[in-house]
Design a protein around this ligand. Structure first.
Ligand code: SF4
Length: 386
């Protein structure tokens, strides 16, 4: 028996290869054995390859929806939960959801984007969001985030090209673990997802955006993608829809995003806008959104280019959540709003709501079982550390 067979194996799921080799060295395992174990876990999907061993939460539910681009798959993983508050309610697990979304790009090549969760539930309380109804149950560890990629790649068997942090939770509420997960997912010896193919989406925690501003100035992070869920034309509507706006308003958001645009060398920021009839879809709303977008659109239309340098507005038709006070917009309402924005010189993408029937579209995650666990008060006015 070799030393590597003899030791308690280590999970490399939240480690770069370098970190894993260092951890193995502490146990007397040579770098060759460590590198082989690491590669087997990440590249071949072998869960136990001494000195590496991972425990990936099982997939307990799976939903598919056929779309014109291919099959959208939502899967639910069940994590153990030792929270005593929950135990007395007879709940000893946490469910998290991930979605694999097929896309056909301009080159007609089909790619797959994995939408990952960063928390179980969410504390942000956005009015249009299914997950918000759960409250925050807990944040995920980096290992649990990377395990979603592993399940998509090695259980579902789908090569993942892009990763977006748009599932359950606000990633900027769990930034240490999200950064650690990204560091691991981008390791060329492991998952090897390019930094430019990873996007963090936020509802606008300015303290977190300031940390991202620092992070993207470190080696290898400059191309990290960034998306903002804007969803409102002005502070009055945004305060109503997204309580976080009372702490960090649209002007503050615009300021930090302009700074981020500069330090990221002008790379574009995706601005998401869920279109809700009777709430944010009037012609004056389009004018206000266009005004707010101005600093990000410089050089776009004037230079006659199809893609913006600084910002790109995605219009997402609202998917009604359960007991929703609002309906979905009609096709005509979406077209009308997009037309107004374009007349204001804004380059707009109209996003199809993939996964309407699997409840997998943006802001629509949250399972039937775990939605019953809304025991944590919403904390939208939480303190920031800056
Ligand atoms: S939209 Fe995102 S940030 Fe807002 S409540 Fe839902 S999961 Fe949380």
């Amino acid at each position: 028996m070799t030393i590597a067979d003899d030791i308690n194996p280590i999970s490399p799921l939240a480690m770069t290869r370098e970190q894993f080799v260092a951890a193995c060295a502490q146990l007397g395992v040579g770098s060759g054995r460590a590198k082989t174990g690491y590669a087997k876990v990440y590249r071949q999907g072998i869960a136990h390859a001494q000195p590496a061993k991972i425990t990936v939460p099982p997939i307990v539910k799976r939903l598919e929806e056929q779309t014109p681009e291919g099959l959208t798959i939502k899967f639910v993983q069940r994590l153990p939960n030792d929270n005593h508050q929950l135990a007395h309610k007879g709940i000893d697990f946490d469910d998290i959801e991930s979605v694999i979304i097929p896309m056909i790009g301009r080159s007609t090549r089909k790619t797959h984007t994995l939408c990952v969760s960063s928390q179980v539930g969410c504390a942000m309380g956005c009015g249009f969001c299914e997950t918000a109804q759960m409250g925050l149950i807990r944040s995920l560890t980096a290992e649990e985030i990377v395990a979603q990629w592993w399940a998509a790649k090695h259980i579902e068997g789908i090569h993942i090209d892009n990763i977006v942090f748009m599932g359950m939770g606000e990633p900027l509420d769990n930034l240490d673990e999200v950064f650690r997960a990204i560091e691991c997912l981008t390791d060329r010896a492991g998952a090897a997802i390019p930094m430019s193919a990873i996007t963090i989406s936020t509802v606008g925690r300015v303290d977190g955006l300031r940390r991202i501003k620092q992070q993207v100035q470190t080696h290898g992070w400059r191309k990290l993608g960034l998306a903002l869920s804007l969803n409102a034309p002005n502070d009055q509507v945004r305060d109503e829809l997204m309580p976080l706006n009372k702490k960090w308003n649209m002007q503050g958001l615009q300021d930090i995003l302009v700074e981020l645009r500069e330090v990221r060398g002008g790379r574009k920021i995706m601005i998401e806008y869920v279109l809700i009839p009777g709430v944010n879809n009037a012609s004056e709303h389009a004018a206000q959104v266009a005004e707010w977008m101005k600093p990000f659109m410089k050089g776009t239309i004037a230079a006659g280019k199809k893609r913006g340098h600084g910002g790109l507005l995605n219009i997402i038709p609202y998917n009604p959540i359960r007991n929703s006070p609002w309906p979905a917009p009609t096709e005509a309402q979406v077209e009308e709003f997009v037309g107004w924005l374009m007349n204001h010189g804004i380059f707009v993408n109209r996003r199809r709501t993939k996964g309407r029937s699997t409840m997998a579209a943006c802001g629509q995650l949250g399972t039937e079982e775990i939605r019953k666990r809304n025991f944590v008060p919403l904390t939208t006015n939480q303190e920031c550390n800056d």
